[in-house]
Design a protein around this ligand. Structure first.
Ligand SMILES: [Zn+2]
Length: 239
């Protein structure tokens, strides 16, 4: 297995399966194009930004004519603004290059590495509703470098803690690993994902959960000699 046996496809392979037969939010091509929009999304945690978010939450509640004398609302704009800047949208300011420590692959192993059942939380950019689920990441390092196992979860979190789409997190994590590690193959699966915007809309959708996957390199169905490795990854993931 040498590094040059495969090359990246022009578009990410991104698929979405919904167990209730709903159409996916967005297809892979739009997903790819949307990446560029993200460059305008900045969370700098500045006092100006905090004030702006706080005012926006105040205006939202005010549009419902809430009674501002009710003590259950008086601190809400402040609380929500802090929650966005301190938790829900913190992925924007974090840098995969700073957080993902890369190690030299001194023993030159090229075996399958899988981490699964990583819990993640995100916020849907269509409805601003929370969604959460689990992730499994499989990759095969090249002969030169690999990444600490816990850092896979960090990379996931950096992309999840934003206004997001499940499909986009999946593709971005896969692409980040390609960029950082130039691995022989990567497979990212987000599964058992429950979307607040879906589960809150109607009784028949309460149990809906979605799975998305992004595969690069050796794990792709049509990649040369990939069959065994792909099967091994899927069976170890047991998804
Ligand atoms: Zn949504």
């Amino acid at each position: 297995m040498t590094h040059n046996q495969w090359s990246l496809p022009p578009l990410p392979t991104s698929t979405l399966v919904s167990n209730n037969g709903e159409e996916p939010h967005i297809d892979a091509e739009i997903n790819k194009a949307m990446k560029n929009y993200e460059h305008t999304e900045i969370v700098d945690g500045s006092p100006e930004q905090y004030e702006k978010v706080k005012q926006a939450i105040y205006d939202l509640l005010d549009a419902f004519n809430v009674n501002w004398d009710d003590p259950n609302y008086s601190e809400t704009p402040d609380r929500v603004a802090r929650a966005y800047l301190d938790y829900w949208a913190t992925g924007y300011t974090r840098d995969i290059h700073k957080e993902a420590k890369i190690f030299p692959n001194e023993s030159g192993f090229e075996d399958l590495i899988i981490v699964k059942d990583m819990k993640f939380y995100s916020m849907c950019s269509h409805h601003l509703a929370p969604f959460s689920g689990h992730a499994a990441i499989a990759y095969v390092p090249n002969k030169e470098k690999y990444i600490g196992l816990s850092k896979l979860g960090r990379i996931l979190e950096i992309y999840a803690r934003r206004f997001q789409l499940q499909e986009r997190i999946t593709a971005q994590v896969a692409d980040a690993l390609v960029e950082l590690l130039d691995p022989l193959g990567v497979m990212v699966v987000l599964y058992n994902v429950e979307h607040g915007c879906m589960s809150s809309r109607g009784i028949q959708m309460h149990e809906a959960n979605t799975t998305t996957s992004a595969v690069r390199g050796y794990f792709q169905k049509d990649a040369k000699d990939s069959g065994a490795l792909r099967k091994e990854a899927l069976s170890l993931m047991k998804l």
